[in-house]
Design a binder for this molecule. Structure first.
Ligand code: SF4
Ligand code: SF4
Length: 253
């Protein structure tokens, strides 16, 4: 059973599990050392809270529970569904924060350049711009990425406290682990659901449905959340959806 990227789902699951194992093996002290070396401090400029920097802002399951309490209108199915079955139903892994339809594509909670729920902000909002993921460049060389846009935002200090760096390192590893675990569970669920219901990914149907959506049509989309697939019916008008032509930024996962 293939997915929209053409790789059979079981292989994708194995690859993600291997990535998660590498993440486990990465020494916490090393990451904390890298964080200390950058000396980064956020100055709350709010730039990363928009699509000019991040295509969408992914919510872990517990973040969704929190955002529901704060404002149920503030989240929506994550953009870029991964699968479409032969009947035209699309499937996506989780929810993202809703973005405003302003020129920057600002987060729903960004007001006058500031987060209006700062103390309650979500997992990825707390860890960004720190990260821990592997990247393969065009020559095939694999390196770890630990920071987004170094020296392009925030301020930099020489002596960040050790305890603070360890705390951030722990949060980053926990976030990345939770993200991998969510993705693995999503793929396992899709694999089982498709097998049980005799469904398959249909790339032609996927392309047709995306086109229909972009032209204002309503699509059925199943969102993987808290171990289940939840049904939504959405139009482009109702969703803040990702418009890569307009924003062209990577996703903040
Ligand atoms: S919730 Fe707050 S910190 Fe997170 S992206 Fe939105 S405005 Fe930024
Ligand atoms: S993480 Fe960087 S871009 Fe985001 S609010 Fe802080 S300083 Fe600005």
């Amino acid at each position: 059973m293939d997915s929209s990227c053409g790789v059979p789902i079981p292989y994708r699951i194995i690859a993600l599990m291997q990535e998660r194992n590498r993440l486990f093996a990465y020494p916490m002290e090393h990451l904390a050392g890298e964080i200390k070396a950058t000396g980064f401090r956020c100055n709350c400029c709010g730039t990363c809270c928009s699509r000019t920097v991040n295509g969408h802002i992914f919510l872990l399951d517990h973040d969704v529970a929190e955002v529901k309490k704060i404002d149920p209108a503030a989240f929506e199915p994550a953009p870029d569904p991964e699968f479409c079955d032969q009947n035209g139903t699309m499937y996506v892994s989780g929810y993202a924060l809703r973005m405003k339809n302003d020129i920057m594509g600002s987060c729903w909670f960004l007001e006058n350049g500031r987060c209006r729920i700062y103390d309650q902000r979500f997992s990825v909002c707390r860890t960004y711009p720190h990260m821990l993921r592997r990247n393969c460049d065009e020559s095939g060389e694999v390196t770890w990425l630990q920071f987004a846009q170094l020296n392009e935002h925030g301020r930099y200090e020489k002596n960040l406290p050790e305890e603070e760096c360890i705390l951030v390192a722990r949060e980053v590893k926990e976030y990345e682990n939770a993200f991998f675990t969510h993705q693995i569970s999503f793929l396992e669920t899709i694999h089982e659901y498709f097998t049980v219901h005799t469904l398959r990914h249909d790339q032609k149907m996927y392309d047709d449905q995306m086109l229909r959506f972009l032209h204002g049509g309503r699509i059925k989309i199943m969102v993987y959340h808290a171990g289940e697939l939840k049904e939504h019916r959405i139009t482009k008008e109702e969703s803040s959806g990702c418009d890569p032509c307009r924003y062209g930024a990577p996703n903040r996962r």
